[in-house]
Design a binder for this molecule. Structure first.
Ligand SMILES: CC(C)(COP(=O)(O)OP(=O)(O)OC[C@H]1O[C@@H](n2cnc3c(N)ncnc32)[C@H](O)[C@@H]1OP(=O)(O)O)[C@@H](O)C(=O)NCCC(=O)NCCS
Length: 212
């Protein structure tokens, strides 16, 4: 099986964000409009457009043939959250996707013509974000805390972000998201889960990929 294609886009460089929300469907339109801050709305729309064009490029089809098809393990299809996907000409597009936005960037991952059971999760994190007071207690397992205490002080914040990216990538792969308690999920050594190292990320960002 092919390894996932990864693409990193700057959200402000995604073209056509004002005119293109319509083809992304009514649920996405409503979600965009529910976001209070214009900058959050712009980032959401740009992330969705970037994913739409990424999917069309991987499938080598005109984007107009793709309609978003999000599936939440709890709520099912027909809404606008959960695992991203598309319908191609009305049927399921042969594509497994994941996406993550952070600090003005979007990281996209996809596998075309994947085996039906393949699942994929990707997460992009800002190293400044995982450092709030009490993070270790709400987010880390005892083993992960021991790991952090074994490394030099100055590396801890970036390692916290790295662990958090791994957790979110894994939880997107399983589809559970943060409905599962991250403090009970040890991500130091899980098969199929790794840091994204094959491409350079902007300073202050880390990323992880889960495939299984
Ligand atoms: C999945 C989750 C961890 C992502 O967190 P985040 O750091 O805020 O956001 P990111 O930018 O990294 O990722 C967002 C993307 O993850 C994907 N995603 C969301 N939920 C997902 C799930 N359950 N499984 C797989 N992928 C998911 C979507 O592509 C989403 O993009 P969108 O904002 O355009 O819809 C978080 O949203 C979560 O835990 N969600 C589950 C809880 C939930 O949605 N409850 C309400 C409905 S039951």
């Amino acid at each position: 099986m092919d390894s996932p294609v990864l693409e990193l886009r700057k959200l402000s460089d995604v073209p056509g964000t004002s005119g293109q929300i319509q083809p992304l469907g009514l649920p996405a339109f409503e979600r965009a409009n529910s976001l209070a801050k214009p900058e959050d709305r712009d980032d959401f729309v740009a992330g969705r457009i970037a994913l739409w064009h990424f999917a069309a490029a991987l499938l080598e089809v005109d984007p107009a043939r793709l309609v978003p098809d999000y599936r939440c393990p709890r709520c099912g299809p027909g809404q606008d959250h959960g695992r991203p996907g598309f319908l191609l000409d009305g049927g399921p597009a042969p594509l497994v996707l994941s996406a993550s936005r952070a600090s003005g960037w979007v990281l996209l991952a996809g596998v075309v013509h994947a085996p039906e059971e393949l699942r994929l999760g990707v997460d992009l994190e800002s190293t400044g974000k995982a450092t709030f007071e009490g993070f270790d207690d709400v987010a880390l397992t005892a083993t992960e805390k021991r790991f952090l205490s074994s490394i030099p002080d100055q590396e801890r914040d970036s390692q916290r972000a790295r662990l958090w990216a791994r957790k979110e990538a894994w939880l997107k792969m399983t589809g559970e998201g943060l409905r599962r308690n991250p403090a009970e999920l040890d991500v130091l050594d899980l098969p199929g889960l790794r840091d994204v190292t094959e491409r350079a990320l902007p300073d202050g960002l880390v990323a992880a990929l889960a495939l299984g």
